[in-house]
Each structure stands twice: as C-alpha cells, then as structure tokens.
Design a protein around this ligand. Structure first.
Ligand SMILES: Nc1ncnc2c1ncn2[C@@H]1O[C@H](COP(=O)(O)OP(=O)(O)OP(=O)(O)O)[C@@H](O)[C@H]1O
Ligand SMILES: [Mg+2]
Length: 151
C-alpha cells in the first residue's frame, strides 16, 4: 500500500475496530447511506467473521426493520428497501452456470448487490464497487472492518 492509502485500484473509505455485532452493524449503517443503485459490495472474511452481520447493518440502515437471515442456503435474499438490496452468499455456488442462473446483472439494474464469498467464484458475478474486509482479531468479539471503494 502506498502512502496515500491506495492499493490495487481501491481506496480506503474507513476502518473500524469493532467489539460487538452491534458495532459491526454500525459500520454497515455508515456504508448504507453511501450506496447507489447499480452498485455491488463484496463482503470478504473467514467463516463467522461477520459478513452477514455487516449486511444486516446496511439493510437496517436502509429502513428494513424485520429479520435479515443469512443467504447461505437460499443463496439470494431480497429486501424492498430504497435502493432495493439483493443479498447473496456464494459459498455453496459451485460453478458459473449456477451463478448465471442467479441473474446478478438484472439484480444490479434493480438495486444494490451485497455478495458474501464472492472471492470463491472466479468469474461471472461482476465487478464490485465496494469491498468490505472483516478480520477476526485476538480479543473475543473483536473484528477489524475495512471498507474500500473502487477508484
Ligand atoms: N465484532 C463482531 N462483529 C460481528 N460479529 C461478531 C462480532 N463479535 C462477535 N460476533 C459474532 O460472530 C458471528 C458472525 O456471524 P456472521 O453470520 O455475521 O458471519 P459471516 O461472516 O456471515 O459467516 P459465514 O461465512 O458463515 O457467512 C455472530 O455469531 C456474531 O454474534
Ligand atoms: Mg454469512
């Protein structure tokens, strides 16, 4: 990373050291206000890091008061917020034909796409405008949440 914080076409938009799921949701709320229709957010981090928790913050930040379930089995969940949120999890998606069936191009025309485990599938779901990386730190419940924007 260079001195101005720029690496690989991404620029750091903010980072939070969080100590609870609620803190991580607050970082998601911060991003919620910056998302525009047509954008995609890649959520990166190991199993149980807090990707769904962060997505919950985004979706709550856009005014959805109901439950936000992990899309790990349904693959895609949709929220009628403004903009519409399509929340996907590619952990179980094995190949690009399955990916095509999810029709992410259409989703992006309608709203904002949030994708967990996008890095497991080589191609086919598009290019992210935002990348959220969640690292698990030493302390119990501590995470480092970094939000980057594509330049
Ligand atoms: N600071 C924190 N931020 C987020 N989650 C936390 C934090 N501390 C503890 N947790 C716990 O870690 C878990 C995160 O689960 P979550 O489903 O959000 O992770 P995930 O990255 O989506 O996992 P998966 O890879 O299975 O989809 C929850 O049980 C949550 O309560
Ligand atoms: Mg998840």
């Amino acid at each position: 990373m260079s001195a101005d914080g720029v690496a690989d076409g991404w620029v750091c938009a903010g980072s939070w050291r969080t100590a609870s799921p609620e803190d991580t949701m607050d970082a998601g709320r911060w991003l919620a206000g910056r998302l525009r229709r047509g954008e995609a957010v890649s959520l990166v981090g190991p199993l149980g890091a807090g990707k769904t928790t962060f997505a919950r913050g985004i979706i709550a930040g856009l005014g959805h008061h109901g439950r936000v379930r992990s899309p790990s089995f349904t693959l895609v969940n949709r929220y009628e917020t403004d903009p519409v949120i399509i929340h996907a999890d590619l952990y179980r998606v094995l190949d690009s034909s399955e990916l095509l069936a999810l029709d992410f191009d259409e989703s992006r025309e309608e709203g904002v796409l949030l994708v967990e485990w996008a890095d497991r599938v080589e191609t086919g779901w598009g290019v992210a405008d935002w990348r959220v990386t969640i690292e698990v730190l030493e302390g119990e419940n501590e995470r480092l949440v970094t939000i980057e924007a594509r330049r």
